[in-house]
Design a protein around this ligand. Structure first.
Ligand code: ATP
Ligand code: MG
Length: 552
């Protein structure tokens, strides 16, 4: 799938920075906090940051913004690196960590203190909230605001050495308690946290805030364009204030764009964690999750995700993209790249009463691309068809197998339903049909052509498989807005077909290989659980969008 680059304000801005000589090389970064798995929204940010670097011949860093040790972990660090690589991007240099700059941040905090631009404040969180004022009311200066530089230095050094309890003191910038932008009302630079950090161990008992860290990280790394989402727009003046007041080696620039939101999806790590913790899904990489690891396990190709991220565009206005656009990108991609095969999800035995002998058919692997070649499929007297493809009687709209009517078996011959057997509850257990033709692909001599085609597998030459049929995880268009996210979950988001049967060739699929199961949809051999002796497939996406029809 080739993706054409669309023009957008970021590309235009960078182009003009290069032309005006404001920057020589373009350096961007993707800065996740390792406190969860990445989701589809992060995929957008990744394609924006890595994409811009690629387009302008620059480089993009992968930097963990690891300033909140409580919620972070090595598991998330690993998954994030794996996801970025899987999406097809390579970061420049080693993986970077904000935590490796902690000593520099500390020195810069001392620099602010020495210049009368920062102070240690003893107000409790509750008191600080009251002093902060509101959008319509100026804040009040903290009673600790006028401490001398030497007193502040001593106190801050003691904060570092672990003398004080958590919450006892913070370091704040001395900016303006009456600033209309609340972010400038003496924001917090450091908090006391007596917790170990996944990278720095017990070296620190104070940790910098996002605001005090992010711009300085960019400056240290020589980032030219620090691209983030719109919620940071109000933080930009603070970002710039730090860059101006510190002896940083470089001046980065923050530019914001609108987050990617998709319908029927949540893109909040907090809410995704809720689903994991409540066991609604099997983990962060459950195939129904909008995480990159989940989409991957579902069989979504990285190329289709990248294509989607480009197609939705990059702007400065928030909107919700129909998730059907992502699904359609996946379908379009797989239609071209997935080999066809047959799987019967709900097997019903079919016996052909007049088939002379078993034969091996050559069936094309792709209807429109000969490069996929052909495969051998054994065709015999006993087959399995899907129980939904048979009815004892039906009107003409049912174009599958009916008693007394004809249907074509995919890649094989035309048959006509003769009779069936049922169990005590009236369920059909066995169907009998006769062959009307014997030559694969041929039409009946009497000119009465079948209207439909159904898929099948040989009863004697098939392999049992578990097939997990997935649907959208949420039945609500805007699940994030529900009071309780768990109530928005689609109860039919997973239906497991325990008794499915597949062509023997499918059992040999390598994990993560996607096939089109004829007439059913696209399915991927599960990345972790699929084995030739015990095949497990996940539904990637159906052949058609069943949501747009029913939801208008
Ligand atoms: P969450 O709100 O789910 O916790 P986050 O924004 O806190 O996500 P980070 O790890 O800080 O997660 O995000 C890393 C980068 O990805 C940031 O630059 C952020 O702006 C960007 N990002 C996060 N969500 C989206 C989204 N939905 N669309 C585009 N970019 C996003
Ligand atoms: Mg964030």
């Amino acid at each position: 799938m080739s993706t054409e680059l669309r023009s957008n304000f970021l590309r235009t801005q960078i182009q003009s920075d290069l032309e005006a000589g404001r920057t020589g090389e373009v350096v961007t970064r993707f800065p996740p906090e390792p406190n969860g798995f990445l989701h589809i929204g992060h995929a957008k940010s990744i394609t924006v940051n890595f994409g811009l670097a690629e387009q302008f011949g620059g480089r993009c860093h992968l930097r963990f913004d690891d300033t909140n040790p409580e919620k972070e972990s090595q598991e998330f660090i690993n998954s994030i690196q794996e996801d970025v690589s899987w999406l097809g991007y390579e970061w420049s240099g080693e993986v970077r960590f904000a935590s490796s700059y902690f000593e520099q941040f500390y020195q810069w905090a001392l620099h602010l203190i020495d210049n009368g631009c920062a102070y240690v404040c003893d107000l409790s969180a509750e008191e600080a909230r009251r002093y902060r004022g509101s959008l319509v009311e100026a804040g009040q200066n903290s009673p600790f605001r006028e401490r001398s530089a030497s007193e502040n230095r001593a106190l801050f050094e003691q904060m570092r050495s672990g003398v004080f309890a958590e919450g006892a003191k913070v370091l704040r910038a001395k900016i303006d308690m009456a600033a209309p932008n609340m972010n400038l009302r003496d924001p917090i630079l450091y908090r006391i946290r007596h917790v170990a950090h996944h990278q720095t161990g017990t070296d620190w008992t104070i940790y910098p805030t996002y605001d005090f860290a992010h711009g300085q990280e960019d400056a240290i790394e020589g980032v030219t364009h620090s691209i983030c989402t719109l919620e940071f727009e109000d933080h930009r003046p603070l970002y710039e204030w730090f860059i101006e007041h510190l002896p940083v080696p470089h001046t980065p620039r923050q530019i914001e764009f609108a987050r990617l939101n998709t319908s029927y999806t949540i893109t909040s790590k907090r809410q995704l964690k809720q689903l994991v913790d409540a066991n609604v899904v099997t983990g962060w990489d459950d195939p129904r999750m909008p995480t990159i690891a989940g989409l991957r396990r579902r069989g979504y190709p990285a190329t289709a995700i990248r294509h989607f991220c480009e197609e939705v565009g990059t702007s400065r206005s928030d909107s919700i993209v129909d998730v059907a656009m992502l699904e359609s990108a996946v379908r379009d991609h797989l239609n071209k790249t997935a080999a066809r095969a047959m799987c019967v999800l709900r097997p019903l035995r079919l016996t052909l009463t007049n088939l002379p002998n078993e034969s091996v058919l050559l069936v094309p692997n792709h209807p429109a691309d000969e490069a996929f070649g052909v495969r051998e499929v054994t065709f015999g007297q006993d087959l399995f068809i899907d129980c939904q493809d048979f009815r004892e009687s039906a009107n003409k709209h049912f174009k599958r197998l009916v008693l007394g009517k004809r249907v074509r078996l995919r890649g094989a011959i035309v048959i006509e339903g003769e009779r069936c057997e049922t169990d005590a509850e009236g369920n059909v257990t066995h169907v009998f049909a006769r062959c009307v033709t014997l030559e694969p692909g041929a039409d009946p001599d009497d000119g009465i052509k079948p209207k439909g085609v159904i898929h099948w597998v040989s009863a004697d030459h098939s392999v049992p498989a578990v097939v997990r049929c997935y649907d959208r995880l949420f039945s609500q268009e805007a699940p994030g807005r529900c009071d309780d996210i768990l109530e928005a979950v689609n109860p039919e988001s997973l239906v497991v077909m325990q008794d499915a049967v597949i062509e023997p060739m499918l059992a040999k699929a390598v994990p993560e290989q996607v096939y089109q199961f004829e007439r059913e949809g696209y399915f991927v051999a599960d990345r972790y659980e699929h084995q030739s002796e015990a095949p497990v497939f996940n539904m990637t996406i159906g052949l058609r969008d069943n949501w747009s029809a029913s939801n208008g």
